[in-house]
Design a protein around this ligand. Structure first.
Ligand SMILES: Nc1nc2c(ncn2[C@@H]2O[C@H](COP(=O)(O)OP(=O)(O)OP(=O)(O)O)[C@@H](O)[C@H]2O)c(=O)[nH]1
Length: 307
């Protein structure tokens, strides 16, 4: 058989030229930072202030803590880092955002309330702006035991933290958790001689708070409990037959419409004293339809009363 590897190829340099590479032109523009024009910092009347300018879809590992096991974990976040910009400034110094992120990574920064406070304040200062926002969305993992045999495995929810810094005002936070659960249809249970259809419910909880009322314990665990404790059943990574019997019967004992889920989760959030305002979104992936069922509650604890 013919050996292709035995035939020598042109050198790497020759290959690149053959495929179209050309040498750089000499050029006459400055090559040192000091001599380069600084377009971003050129002052003029640029017609509008900008509310938010910066970078998004930044994929970056972050370190988080959890009350559940594993208690310290590295996960991959998608970040959005933005600041305000006055109408007199052409552009922000965008490279400073990833420069800061790199510095915090090297200092083993943790993405908790304190860490976000610190990063937001420093970001506003370094970018010479009065407002800054940081948002990070990441999967949060936690160990889950099966209900009878205690078989463990990892579940995960999608979590997100946003901090809003505005000079002279308390820092505001927006926290979000999206978790999947089992919901069993109460109507189906009521009308059928036997069985009841059930579905996977996707519940998204968003809460607003400020630095004067931070939660005393892990916010992720609090929101997870608000979602799962009100579902027909939580989900489990590992279930043996005795476990499967238990979760099936638990769901039958706790039927929930999508409206029931939204209202019960809202009731738990209403009772959390650190929550200023919240939103609950429940979306059931119907198993007897092609479409989903949806219920949404938005509530402001500071201006509305539940009853
Ligand atoms: N402001 C702004 N910068 C952009 C945009 N798109 C890309 N950039 C990049 O931002 C980088 C320049 O960042 P700067 O922070 O202004 O760089 P610099 O002035 O050399 O850095 P410092 O002196 O530390 O402020 C360049 O690589 C640009 O390509 C944009 O739409 N707006």
């Amino acid at each position: 058989m013919k050996s292709y590897a035995a035939q020598p190829l042109p050198s790497k340099e020759e290959r690149l030229i053959r495929f179209g590479s050309v040498p750089p032109i000499p050029g006459n523009k400055p090559t040192t930072k000091e001599k380069m024009s600084d377009l971003q910092n050129r002052s003029h009347d640029y017609l509008f202030n900008i509310n938010q300018v910066g970078i998004c879809k930044v994929r970056h590992p972050i370190q988080i803590r959890s009350e559940l096991i594993p208690d310290i974990q590295t996960t991959v976040a998608e970040l959005t880092l933005t600041t305000s910009l006055q109408r007199e400034s052409k552009g922000i110094n965008m490279s400073r955002l990833t420069e800061l992120l790199e510095r915090y990574r090297r200092e083993k920064w943790e993405a908790d309330f304190e860490g976000l406070q610190r990063l937001a304040a420093e970001m506003a200062e370094y970018m010479e702006q009065t407002q800054a926002e940081i948002e990070l969305e990441f999967p949060w993992f936690y160990e889950r035991s099966s209900p009878v045999l205690g078989m463990t495995g990892l579940n995960h929810s999608q979590a997100s933290m946003k901090v809003i810094y505005a000079q002279g005002n308390p820092l505001e936070f927006v926290l979000k958790l999206q978790t999947a659960v089992t919901t069993l249809c109460p109507c189906s249970k009521e009308i059928s001689e036997y069985s009841a259809h059930n579905q996977r419910g996707n519940v998204t909880v968003t809460v607003e708070l400020d630095e004067t009322s931070l939660p005393q314990s892990d916010w992720k665990t609090l929101l997870l409990d608000a979602i799962e404790s009100n579902a027909s059943s939580p989900l489990h990574p590992v279930l043996k037959r005795p476990d499967e019997k238990a979760v099936t019967e638990r769901a039958y004992e706790n039927p929930r419409f999508v409206e029931d889920m939204a209202r019960l989760v809202a009731a738990d959030l209403y009772e959390m004293d650190f929550v200023k305002a919240f939103k609950v979104e429940c979306r059931n992936e119907e198993s007897i339809h092609l479409h989903d069922a949806l219920a949404v509650i938005s509530f402001d604890n500071t201006t509305e009363a539940a009853l």
